[in-house]
Design a protein around this ligand. Structure first.
Ligand SMILES: NC(=O)c1ccc[n+]([C@@H]2O[C@H](COP(=O)([O-])OP(=O)(O)OC[C@H]3O[C@@H](n4cnc5c(N)ncnc54)[C@H](OP(=O)(O)O)[C@@H]3O)[C@@H](O)[C@H]2O)c1
Length: 362
């Protein structure tokens, strides 16, 4: 049994961790923090948590519901940090100093280069010395390094969808350097904080693109795809060129990313077929418990509340382009589920523990 804390449980990702960890047999939540709710019991602030019952023991949910939300995390084996960027780095530094392993859900330790972080996040990195020890928390790529890490940078939600969609193609070198990711997210991707754009009357019955000048997940996607291509010996001499256009859609959860890339002819002089591409993707993700290469376009509903990601790769013969549709729940595989997958890996548990539930459907 490992004790864990959730730092900023009053966030959507923190609450999602509560929901998922309540069923985890080896992680025991012993500490939760939350700025605006400090001093109150979890169940007082979030009445739905009264129903939690870890390990299926009747009445045990009350222990969680009665946990007091504190200002500072107590000593635990591992902490999940669900703070906004910058505030997260300060908390992470302090937790690591106390010998606590950390999974950070913010963007603070995802980019390896502090200068790149400063360019995209527009402030000085609060703890650049920790960047070197941080491991990017995509088990499908860094499983071994995560298993010995003390600090894991949980990937961004859009970044997870886009990277998983394009990794097999760029590492096999079957596509050119020019990539397009057109992604749609539900409003919980923007967090619990109130903004005009996420008001019901603004977001409902609406579909709009945003961050056209460059979304912050763009450098993260490039960093990971370029690194993977290099490691696989693929030479994209000038680097990859990515156009990434995120959209806000009137649903609570879910991301659907449609990714496009120009295909290279095979050694036989013809473009790869959809069957060949699908075989490449199936081989790449063979044995992965949470990534599924399927034969039809996925729906966000298939992932609602689950840690699964569905990929549908196909060739558009008329244009010679590869299309990959990638679908996940931004709060689960895009955040808290993936964080638990990483924590399982860091603590030597089976990655799937606590995460095997299917989506809530319909
Ligand atoms: N939402 C997603 O789908 C998603 C996916 C992947 C990663 N992430 C990342 O995960 C982290 C948490 O995201 P979230 O969407 O769950 O957050 P959120 O719901 O937006 O959390 C908002 C809460 O954070 C607290 N907060 C804000 N600034 C703070 C500060 N400086 N110090 C302490 N508390 C502060 C506030 O709580 P009080 O009201 O208690 O003050 C606020 O209600 C972020 O770094 C985010 O980028 C989010």
């Amino acid at each position: 049994m490992q004790t864990v804390s959730i730092v900023n449980v009053t966030s959507y990702t923190g609450l999602e961790l509560m929901r998922l960890l309540a069923e985890h047999p080896y992680f025991q939540i012993t500490s939760v923090t939350g700025r605006s709710a400090a001093g109150q019991r979890l169940g007082q602030v979030f009445p739905h948590l009264y129903a939690l019952a870890p390990g299926g023991q009747p009445g045990a949910g009350e222990r969680l519901a009665h946990l007091e939300i504190s200002e500072e995390p107590a000593q635990t084996d591992l902490a999940f940090v669900c703070l906004p960027h910058a505030a997260a780095a300060m908390a992470v530094q302090e937790l690591l100093g106390r010998g606590i392993k950390v999974v950070d859900l913010s963007a603070d330790f995802r980019l390896r280069d502090a200068a790149l972080y400063e360019e995209w996040y527009r402030h000085t990195h609060p703890a650049p010395a920790l960047l070197e020890q941080a491991v990017y928390g995509l088990c499908e790529r860094y499983r071994e390094r995560i298993s010995t890490a003390t600090l894991v940078a949980n990937p961004g939600c859009y970044a997870t969808a886009a990277i998983l969609a394009l990794l097999p193609a760029v590492t096999a070198g079957v596509v050119s350097a020019s990539l397009i990711v057109d992604a749609k997210s539900g409003v919980s991707g923007a967090g619990r904080g109130l903004t005009l754009g996420t008001h019901y009357s603004e977001a409902n019955e609406d579909l709009s693109a945003y961050s056209l000048g460059g979304h912050r997940h763009l450098p993260e996607i490039l960093q990971e795809l370029e690194g993977a291509a290099r490691a696989a010996g693929q030479s994209y001499d000038q680097g990859l060129r990515l156009t990434f256009v995120p959209h806000l859609t009137p649903m609570t959860r879910g991301i659907l990313a449609t990714c496009y890339a120009e295909l290279h002819p095979t050694a036989m002089g013809h473009l790869p077929t959809s069957d060949e591409i699908r075989a490449l993707y199936k081989e790449y993700y063979a044995g992965e418990p949470f990534v599924h290469v399927i034969d039809q376009p996925p729906h966000t509903k298939w992932t609602y509340g689950s840690n699964h990601c569905f990929l549908y790769p196909l060739v558009d013969d008329r244009s010679g382009r590869l299309l990959v549709l990638s679908c996940l729940d931004n709060l689960v595989k895009g955040a808290s589920g993936q964080a638990i997958q990483n924590a399982n890996c860091m603590c030597g548990f089976d990655e799937r523990i606590g995460l095997q539930g299917a989506a809530v459907y319909p």
